[in-house]
Design a protein around this ligand. Structure first.
Ligand code: E4P
Length: 217
């Protein structure tokens, strides 16, 4: 499963990059606003920093303007993924981007039918929002399972990018559900490494090793 970082904070991205385990980045208008930076500058910097798909979202709501915006965003770097909302206009734009060979991430997906349409439009990625469905009392992870089944039924190439993930349980469940990728808040990514038994076990091993008086180097 590809692991993307859900942030436009380049300092944090540089730190996460050190692990060698970050495969891409997702942003949205809220994330760009939070960065306090010019969108083109920050996306360019992220594209240079991280070798992988970098999602940058259009702001228009009509297909012709989305297409112009998307083409401008895609010109930033070859690893830009044009992110479009899951609307009729967004999917019209997705078809056009697909025809041009540009990568797309269809976002704000909350149902199997929406995911089916995104795949038919030729989306590279579809982003089902797990956490926001959970927030409404629905079962967000079930949507990942259901989309997986539908995409497998019809051999769609669109990759399922589990989004709006909030914690490590979400990440593990998305992997079990067969998501192709997951986008993670930085803290959730860091939490993936942790287990109390790892800490406890290492403490014992180090104490016992010290008793031997040996040195490997
Ligand atoms: C990423 O593509 C999404 O925009 C993001 O995961 C949404 O997360 P949120 O629901 O926590 O805002």
């Amino acid at each position: 499963m590809l692991l993307f970082a859900d942030t436009a904070d380049t300092k944090v991205l540089a730190e996460l990059k050190e692990t060698g385990l970050i495969d891409g980045v997702t942003t949205n208008p809220t994330i760009i606003a939070k960065s306090g930076r010019n969108m083109f500058e920050v996306i360019k910097e992220i594209c240079e920093l991280i070798d992988g798909p970098i999602s940058a979202e259009v702001a228009a709501t009509d297909a012709p303007t989305m297409i112009k915006e998307g083409e401008k965003l895609a010109a930033i770097a070859s690893n830009v993924v044009i992110k479009v909302p899951l609307t009729i206009e967004g999917l019209k734009a997705t078809k056009e981007f697909s025809a041009q060979g540009l990568m797309t991430n269809v976002t704000l997906c909350f149902s199997v039918n929406q995911a089916l349409l995104a795949a038919k439009a030729g989306a590279t990625f579809v982003s089902p929002f797990v956490g926001r469905l959970d927030d409404q009392g629905a079962d967000g992870m079930q949507l990942i399972h259901d989309i997986r089944q539908v995409y497998d039924n019809y051999d769609f190439d669109t990759e399922i990018l589990a989004a709006s993930l909030r914690n490590t349980s979400h990440i593990a469940e998305a992997a079990l559900a067969g998501a192709d990728c997951a986008t993670l808040p930085p803290q959730a990514f860091k939490d993936m490494f942790k287990h109390p038994l790892t800490d406890k076990g290492l403490e014992t091993f180090l104490a016992d090793w010290a008793k031997t008086g040996q040195s490997i180097l």
